[in-house]
Design a protein around this ligand. Structure first.
Ligand code: ZN
Length: 215
């Protein structure tokens, strides 16, 4: 059993999905996700999009992302929507999840999902919004990845982790310097699940929604 880290910006070689922003170097070993982070999205993103298309048969590319919407930082929303649509469709076509970055864009995601029935599996990473907003996503293929915010007593992340359907749970370190073990330990206490069961749960959750299973 291992404490798999589903989204990290740390340079780790094993048991994780390292996030790569388009334009950054792809790691030589280990799983990775690749996409346009809205913060670094350029108007002429289509050119760089080719880089992803060339990786169709790369077995280590497990997910598209992190991609999504950010109303605080990044280019105009119209550009974010275009780039998101391209990545969303590609993830669907390839049968791999899309790791979502979403800041003040919950409504944009809902609107998008309502208009696109062919949706890939979406993992909303770093979830820390009210459980009420998570419930609005229950009819869509959206799961949640929890990170350092669950360590904070009574945070939105902690409250939703308690109520979230078990089959929609993932764990991550993201850009923090925490060890993934500490996230699993804390989640195991919050959920009342043994560490072993929790490790098995997140891996099963991945293997259920992704064409490329973890080995
Ligand atoms: Zn991230």
């Amino acid at each position: 059993m291992r404490a798999f880290d589903f989204h990290t910006h740390q340079k780790k070689e094993a048991d994780c999905i390292q996030n790569v922003i388009l334009g950054q170097r792809i790691p030589e070993t280990g799983y990775f996700s690749l996409g346009f982070h809205p913060w670094y999205l350029k108007q002429n993103w289509q050119e760089a999009f080719q880089t992803i298309l060339e990786l169709e048969s790369e077995p280590r590319l497990l997910a598209i992302g992190e991609a999504g919407f950010d109303r605080i930082k990044g280019p105009e929303i119209i550009i974010q929507k275009e780039a998101f649509e391209a990545q969303f469709n590609l993830a669907y076509e390839w049968g791999i999840p899309l790791i979502l970055h979403c800041v003040k864009g919950h409504d944009l995601l809902v609107e998008f999902l309502k208009n696109n029935s062919k949706s890939p599996q979406i993992i909303w990473h770093g979830w820390n919004l009210k459980p009420r907003l998570a419930k609005q996503l229950e009819d869509f293929p959206v799961s949640f990845s929890f990170g350092k915010a669950i360590l904070e007593e009574d945070s939105n992340a902690q409250n939703w982790l308690k109520a979230c359907p078990k089959h929609k749970i993932f764990l991550e370190t993201d850009d923090s310097e925490l060890e993934i073990d500490s996230i699993y330990e804390s989640a195991s206490l919050i959920l009342g699940l043994s560490l072993e069961d929790l490790m098995a749960l997140t891996e099963e959750n991945w293997n259920r929604i992704a064409r490329k299973n973890l080995r």
